[in-house]
Design a protein around this ligand. Structure first.
Ligand code: MTE
Ligand code: QUE
Ligand code: MOS
Length: 811
């Protein structure tokens, strides 16, 4: 074979044969790479992998106390059951027992004490899950109950914390409050949320040579699984390989919560030498793993007669559960977003990390941000109701805007605020003003059914606030036939990360996206990766992959320039062909030539986010590279006799910079909105007075279903926008921000309650509405009862998420 291809076709012939009109590059609505496979069932999840002979299955026996001393464990009855291979307790872990991801505090199996109802105490491995379960239940475990704290408010009062309190402060908030024309004081209880990923936690481990293991896992953080598996086995990280092809949803629930099943399976695989799998049953997953943090937030706010905030004293108290997990950063993020889109004036924001004897709460879409934002949005509604103004006017009045009102309470300047434009446009397209009038009219004529409307903004900071996490790597190979193999450190959980990164690489080489093979995330391909989280998956891994592509591209250009004696500018990758001055090659022929000329066709890529830092001591910095913005307008109808409601219409306008893939982005926006609506309306977690989670399955825990979609749903991406910062193709992150668009539904529900309250008030009264979340039909009914009769005392279980008795309770 000659060392470069002879051109036998004419330029025009080559053009028609090879040049493609590419429709799969950046900015195109390319279908999710797994979409078809997911519909046909061909997409492989951990539990779908072919099983090995001798495969073991793991089941855990869980604590039946929220806080107790372990008096004794007798595992001998487990071994009487046929098919049981091994039973382990905390004493059997070969390496480290603690699998705390960031801080210690998470024993793999309870050791001496249990700290929540549902904590794993022993693990049984058997020939199948049913056998393992039967055996686990046969063990004799004696617990001696200790006093438990289950409620965040009680923990706050007793200063029972998992970590230090953080304070952010600007100016003299006390002086500002003292001189404010108006002052309101209050609190809000914000509910938690179960992730309800379709695929429960799952890991499958195969022992390998030299004391190593291969772990197939459903995790957002393969490197961390590698670290904790190495820790429990007592081996270096290089003995552990993690393979993560896809998750059936993560939503933050697989950032740290995938660690335990992976570690248990790994320990048992190592001890038995047999392949071992652990997949949680839904009810166990719901009981064992952490959820979104419930919060108890308090405020005292000063404002002028226009509703403009002059000063605020705000505290957010997160219910972290029994251990710290990611709660340090989660409460930080609640504090960073306690301003949402508004200039707070002189402000003090305090964040408490409360310890309770419940499962350790963890990352969930928005990562504390939603719980912080809720509070200031509640304050906006309260101010408006108090002053008798339209809540939207009060909101706009407080937006970050002019130069002297453009710095957050942690001293980051809000650049590129497009919320005025977004709000203006959405106000017009949703016909907010006209509909508000129509609704007032409707409510005046409708004694039983009431409507409400609200338009709320979102400003969400993009970057990990733990600055070091803002880094990513990629690995790119081009094979001699021109096909491309792509690895990056991010994980696919349904959000479309892989297709976006593939589009970015396709764009750089100007080839079809089908020419790129996306593969599993693998710790022996790309090491030391951050979790796929903080919405930064594409920003970080997209840039890393782009850098890898640019490295190879530079080599190819250099080769062609010297080989064909042309300038580098004369080498152009163009729609599936490579133009070298007046010669034309198909991409694959060109790659062949490069190979024969000994050009390296493989490269790593790396990226770290510039400009960002946060000084925790000074509570000051630029934690976010940029902000993502959006707004939504929702209209609801409420049955005042039952508290039931329906979303009549929702309009969304959301900023994704220059969209990498509008179809994927719209999916993220609509999905995020609905997940946010679920959190704020029907998804209620209930624990009994022993700390046992009663809502541990879909029968008791109500996520939104198709019938809960807004009857009229209109989603738009802000057009003709680019990210002013140097992000990959000037796109913006989209994963989490839309979640908080759901707030307009909660605010609209309050608007309907407010209508009831106004009807029952004396003219001139300023009536405000208290509506904790989730605003279930029950809570709506209670709020409306109180609106009709302001003297009525709140019900004891109305506003808090305290334990309460449940009729269906069975121990
Ligand atoms: N979308 C789907 N379909 N499934 C998910 O699990 N997780 C969300 C969001 N969108 C999630 C999702 C969360 S919590 C985050 S942080 C981002 O996706 C993570 O992906 P990205 O950074 O690639 O956007
Ligand atoms: C947003 C996030 C995360 C975050 C900070 C954010 C996140 C996460 C961590 C984190 C922090 C410290 C660690 C660590 C992880 O911080 O998901 O391993 O040592 O895991 O603003 O989503
Ligand atoms: Mo998302 S909560 O940052 O995994």
């Amino acid at each position: 074979m000659s060392n470069h291809n002879k051109i036998t076709l004419s330029y025009d012939e080559l053009l028609t044969q090879y040049k493609q009109d590419l429709t799969t590059g950046v900015g195109k609505s390319v279908k999710h790479d797994s979409a078809t496979k997911q519909v046909t069932g061909e997409a492989v999840y951990v539990d779908d992998r072919l099983e090995f002979p001798n495969q073991l299955h793991v089941y855990c026996r869980l604590s039946t106390e929220a806080h107790a001393k372990i008096v004794s464990i007798d595992t001998s009855p487990c071994y009487e059951i046929d098919g049981v291979d091994i039973v382990i307790t905390s004493k059997d872990i070969p390496g480290q027992l603690d699998i705390g991801a960031v801080f210690p505090g998470d024993p793999l199996l309870a050791d001496d004490i249990v700290e929540y109802y549902g904590q794993p105490i022993i693990a049984v491995a058997a020939k199948d899950m049913e056998t393992a379960r039967t055996a686990a239940l046969a063990a004799k475990i004696e617990l001696e109950a200790l006093p438990a704290i289950l409620d965040v408010k009680e923990a706050l009062e007793k200063e029972f914390f998992v970590n230090d309190t953080h304070v952010q402060q600007r100016g003299d908030y006390q002086a500002a409050l003292a001189s404010s024309k108006n002052v309101l004081e209050g609190h809000i209880n914000v509910g938690g949320q179960e992730h309800f990923y379709l695929e429960t936690q799952a890991s499958s481990v195969v022992p390998s040579e030299d004391g190593g293991v291969i772990v197939y896992t459903s995790s957002q953080n393969p490197t961390e699984v590698q670290k904790v598996v190495a820790g429990v086995l007592g081996v270096p990280m290089h003995k552990v390989v993690i393979d993560m092809r896809r998750m059936g949803g993560g939503f933050g629930g697989k950032e740290t919560q995938a660690n335990a099943p992976a570690c248990l399976a790994a320990v048992i695989a190592r001890l038995t030498g047999k392949p071992t799998k652990m997949r949680l049953w839904r009810n166990d997953d719901m009981v064992m793993t952490g959820k979104r943090h419930p919060f108890y937030n308090q405020y005292k706010v000063g404002f002028d007669d226009q509703g403009r905030i002059t000063g605020i004293d705000l505290s957010v108290a997160g219910n972290c559960g029994y251990s710290i997990d990611l709660s340090h950063s989660i409460v930080d993020r609640a504090m960073f977003h306690s301003d949402n889109a508004y200039y707070l004036g002189d402000a003090k924001v305090v964040g408490y990390r409360c310890k309770t004897h419940t499962a350790s709460n963890t990352a969930y879409r928005g990562f504390g941000g939603p719980q912080g934002m809720m509070t200031i949005e509640h304050i906006m509604d309260e101010i408006a109701h108090y002053l008798g103004k339209d809540p939207l006017d009060v909101r706009k009045h407080n937006y970050y805007g002019l130069a002297d009102r453009n710095v957050t309470h942690y001293y980051q300047t809000v650049e590129d605020n497009c919320l005025f434009d977004i709000t203006d446009q959405l106000e017009k397209t949703s016909e907010y003003k006209k509909r508000r009038q129509e609704i007032a009219q409707y409510n005046g004529n409708s004694p039983i059914l009431k409507k409400g409307i609200a338009l709320t903004p979102v400003k969400f900071g993009i970057s990990f606030t733990a600055t070091f996490l803002n880094q990513a790597g990629a690995l790119l190979h081009i094979y001699t036939d021109g096909s491309i193999h792509l690895n990056h450190g991010g994980t696919e959980m349904g959000q479309g990360l892989n297709i976006k990164v593939a589009q970015i690489v396709a764009q750089e080489f100007s080839v079809d996206v089908d020419q790129i093979q996306i593969t599993a995330t693998n710790t022996d391909k790309v090491p030391n990766t951050s979790p796929t989280a903080a919405s930064s998956g594409t920003d970080l891994n997209g840039k890393a992959a782009q850098n890898a592509a640019l490295t190879i591209k530079a080599r190819l250009v250099e080769f062609a320039a010297s080989h064909y004696k042309v300038t580098p500018e004369e080498v152009v990758f163009n729609n599936g062909v490579v133009e070298v001055r007046d010669q034309l090659f198909s991409f694959s022929d060109f790659i062949q030539q490069a190979y024969f000329n000994q050009v390296s066709l493989s490269s790593t890529g790396f990226y770290r986010t510039p400009k960002i830092y946060y000084d925790h001591e000074k509570a000051c910095g630029r934690p976010f590279y940029y902000f993502a913005y959006g707004a939504s307008c929702s209209e609801v109808i409420v049955d005042t006799l039952t508290g039931e409601y329906k979303i009549l219409r929702a309009d969304i306008l959301h900023d994704v910079g220059a969209s990498l893939n509008p179809a994927i982005d719209i999916g993220q926006i609509e999905g995020g909105f609905i997940q946010g609506v679920g959190w704020l309306t029907t998804e209620e977690l209930v624990w009994n007075e022993k700390g046992r989670l009663m809502t541990n399955g879909p029968a008791g825990y109500k996520i939104p279903a198709i019938a809960d979609m807004p009857i009229d749903f209109r989603t738009e991406i802000v057009q003709n926008r680019t990210n002013p910062e140097d992000t990959v193709f000037n796109s913006k992150a989209v994963g989490e921000p839309p979640f908080m668009l759901g707030m307009s539904v909660w605010s609209a529900l309050k608007d309907a309650v407010h209508a009831v309250a106004l009807e029952n008030a004396n003219s001139g009264d300023n009536v405000t509405v208290q509506l904790d979340t989730p605003a279930t039909p029950e809570r709506m009914l209670w709020a409306m009862e109180r609106a009709r009769n302001p003297q009525a005392k709140p019900r004891s279980d109305e506003s808090s998420h305290k334990r309460r008795k449940v009729a269906s309770e069975k121990e």
